[in-house]
Design a protein around this ligand. Structure first.
Ligand code: ATP
Ligand code: MG
Length: 431
């Protein structure tokens, strides 16, 4: 079908994308491919964002040059991926631009698992490459040969009308790769566009299939929901479509009422504010703030006794709750454990409130400052005063008298630890 499809072409005069708004390194790559006789397009999110007047996060290129030809053209490149090889062309400062060969199928289509790496039917025409993509507004190409836009999938019209539409049959697209449903929701939330009727209906009927996906991919896409600045809008749509409950079935109870949902969305809005902050925010913090409104429902901190024993039990319980809750999503250990620590510290803060002074052993833990910030943000969202806590300053600790270390039992006779009496004085020579 798509091999013969004819695209809608917009000449340079008919669209607003100027080369000035394209990353100079991406332009260099496109020009070099073009001068060597290859087709060279900018593809995906960057073309969409340029048309929407936004600054793209990154620039991706696609070409009919095969991966080895790309590598030969760019000495600063490396081939990556096993089945669908693509090239990363590197620039100073760790920056790279992704250059891929036009493909027939998405790497995520379940049927493409059978495709042999590098086999001839892996690569495709520009039309096929457009049709294997997820939604129409992500399928527009920018052609460096004449600076035109090439649209096989109706993306230009949908962009103008404000529509998020699956390319091709939405049932097929979602069944082959259910992660696309999260992507549809995210793009609708980000742009404020309406999800087209067939796409929406299909999403509703396949929403439970998200649990069949690789937990690592779902985790990855979900983190993007939390940290890209449109979490509130995304969560609203996730509640409406049932995606949130397909991902996290235990949330259905605490979020069944309108008031509880509004409360949850206030926290989602706080995640969006975080996105605006100048300091980089680690993913574990985003995850902890996402889980915070549900913490009290599942593990009411005050159900644990005060003191170290209560705090330790609380940590164990939170760790289990986080593991159970994030069931179908996989996050790197550091992110999951970091979020767990920040949440567990909320119990400790309660022990020292009001008026208590936090011990220095706690204050110097790496999770202390983020956990404190989490507590303050949570209080702000709920319109409460944050706990007023105090703690010893670092200087005080610095000047504290150091305790002498006593040698451990059983180690006394090891070299270096020998008691004076046992040491052979160096000047004594035995004949
Ligand atoms: P962002 O601005 O968040 O990077 P994006 O649309 O560029 O958005 P990427 O994840 O960077 O998203 O993907 C790049 C392109 O790859 C997309 O624009 C889309 O055309 C295609 N794509 C990504 N994931 C899928 C998928 N699961 N199925 C089909 N096409 C996909
Ligand atoms: Mg992108």
């Amino acid at each position: 079908m798509p091999e013969t499809a004819s695209p809608r072409i917009l000449s340079r005069k008919e669209h607003p994308i100027s080369r000035k708004s394209i990353d100079p390194d991406a332009l260099r790559i496109l020009y070099r491919l073009h001068h060597h006789g290859f087709i060279a397009y900018l593809v995906g999110g960057c073309v969409r964002d340029l048309l929407l007047g936004k600054t793209p996060k990154d620039f991706d290129a696609a070409t009919d040059a095969h991966p080895r030809q790309i590598r030969d053209l760019f000495r600063n490149s490396r081939l990556i991926g096993h089945r669908f090889r693509l090239a990363h062309v590197y620039f100073p400062g760790g920056k790279y631009i992704e250059v891929s060969t036009f493909r027939r199928q998405s790497e995520f289509d379940s049927s493409s698992q059978e495709t042999h790496p590098q086999s001839d039917n892996t690569f495709g025409t520009p039309a096929e490459d457009a049709f294997r993509r997820d939604i129409t507004i992500n399928g527009i190409f920018y052609n460096i040969a004449d600076f035109s836009l090439v649209d096989y999938v109706g993306g230009l019209e949908d962009l103008q009308r404000g529509v998020i539409r699956c390319i091709g049959d939405p049932d097929e697209k979602f069944v082959h790769d259910p992660v696309r449903m999260i992507r549809v929701i995210r793009h609708a939330a980000r742009t404020g566009f309406t999800i087209e009727e067939n796409t929406y209906r299909s999403l509703l009927s396949h929403v439970e299939k998200i649990r069949l996906c690789s937990p690592a991919r779902v985790g990855d896409e979900f983190l993007r929901e939390l940290r890209e600045g449109s979490t509130r809008e995304s969560m609203k749509r996730m509640i409406e479509t049932g995606m949130l409950f397909a991902l996290f079935p235990p949330f259905l109870g605490p979020l069944k009422g309108e008031r509880e949902r509004e409360d949850f969305l206030l926290f989602a809005a706080a995640l969006d504010n975080l996105h605006l902050s100048e300091d980089p925010v680690p993913d574990e913090f985003y995850l902890a703030l996402f889980l915070l409104p549900l913490l009290e429902y599942f593990c009411p901190p005050l159900a644990f006794p005060s003191g170290r024993k209560g705090q330790a039990d609380f940590l164990v319980q939170i760790r289990q709750w986080v593991t159970d809750t994030l069931g179908p999503l996989h996050f790197p250990r550091q992110i999951r454990e970091g979020a767990t620590q920040f949440l567990a510290a909320q119990r400790i803060f309660q022990d020292f409130f009001p008026g208590g002074k936090l011990p220095f052993r706690l204050v110097r833990k790496p999770f202390f400052q983020p956990a404190l910030r989490l507590m303050e943000l949570g209080a702000k969202v709920r319109g409460r005063e944050p706990f007023q806590l105090s703690w010893p300053s670092e200087e005080k600790h610095f000047y504290r008298r150091k305790r002498k270390r006593r040698p451990r039992k059983g180690k006394r006779r090891e070299a270096g630890d020998k008691p004076e009496a046992d040491r052979i004085p160096p000047e004594v020579h035995t004949p």
